[in-house]
Design a protein around this ligand. Structure first.
Ligand code: ADP
Ligand code: MG
Length: 250
């Protein structure tokens, strides 16, 4: 039988730091409650797993760089038409689409809540254990372009593969120079069937000719994006305008 003195060292060796912190207190509870040995073991494992989950979630939230406060719990679904709360929540509760590297496209006018929804869904997916990262589409295109100039584009695309979900916010605002659209296209082609994209845009596909100068490129990009995609079309009044008007009336 192993000696009790060795326990802290064994736990450290196995990197079970949470169990290291709680085994004594739980041992007392187990004695008091007359737990079976295996119940005590299960309780210890549960503590370790829960703590690891919390630490991982903290890390994922930090690296995701989601704008603060944009959670589904703060989203008023009655203020927007064309989408249903259940449909949006199912994207988080049943995240097979992420495992299958499918995409999510959110369209609608400015101020309707696309960024909020996209971030809320991404935050929910982080809680499910996926890694995600938020980018303003303009900023990401700039970063990709800089990487390309240094012949590091392939490397950057591979680095982004660690995220199961990339959120590209406001793709319509990306400038239209050929070089910029080229890298965006390379990203879309690279992620195709290997990683999910969540994209928000004020422009419906019919106007995407303005985003990608090259028409062939537009067709190819749309083709890949929609091949496996959920499309949410948000309709109605800008939430920003609605709340400004409500404030004025009160
Ligand atoms: P969009 O990306 O469509 O331009 P945003 O998501 O940026 O719109 O929304 C504008 C502002 O209004 C944000 O502060 C957002 O949190 C808030 N907002 C938009 N729609 C809703 C909603 N239905 N419920 C709660 N807040 C909302
Ligand atoms: Mg937005």
């Amino acid at each position: 039988m192993a000696s009790l003195e060795a326990l802290p060292i064994l736990l450290k060796e196995l990197r079970l730091s949470t169990i290291g912190k709680c085994w004594e207190a739980l041992a007392q509870q187990a004695l008091d409650g007359q737990w079976l040995p295996q119940q005590y073991l299960a309780a210890l494992c549960e503590e370790e797993v829960n703590e690891r989950y919390q630490q991982r979630l903290k890390r994922y939230l930090h690296e995701a760089q989601l704008p603060a406060g944009k959670r589904l719990s703060h989203f008023d679904f009655s203020a927007v038409h064309g989408i249903k709360a259940n449909q949006v929540k199912a994207l988080v509760e049943q995240p097979q689409w992420v495992k299958q590297a499918h995409n999510l496209l959110l369209f609608g006018p400015s101020g309707i809540g696309k960024t909020h929804l996209a971030c809320g869904i991404a935050a929910g997916l982080l809680e499910k254990g996926f890694r995600a990262k938020f980018f303003s589409a303009t900023a990401l295109v700039q970063q990709l372009q800089q990487a390309k100039e240094k012949l590091l584009l392939a490397e950057m695309l591979l680095r982004l593969d660690r995220y199961e979900v990339l959120l590209l916010d406001d793709i319509g605002y990306v400038k239209k120079s050929n070089q910029e659209t080229q890298v965006l296209f390379e990203l879309i082609a690279h992620r195709y069937e290997t990683g999910s994209l969540i994209i928000t845009s004020n422009h419906p596909f019919s106007e995407w000719g303005q985003i990608f100068e090259d028409n062939m490129m537009t067709v190819a990009a749309i083709d890949r994006l929609v091949h496996h995609a959920t499309i949410l079309e948000c309709q109605g009044e800008s939430y920003r305008r609605q709340s400004a008007m409500n404030r004025r009336q009160n």
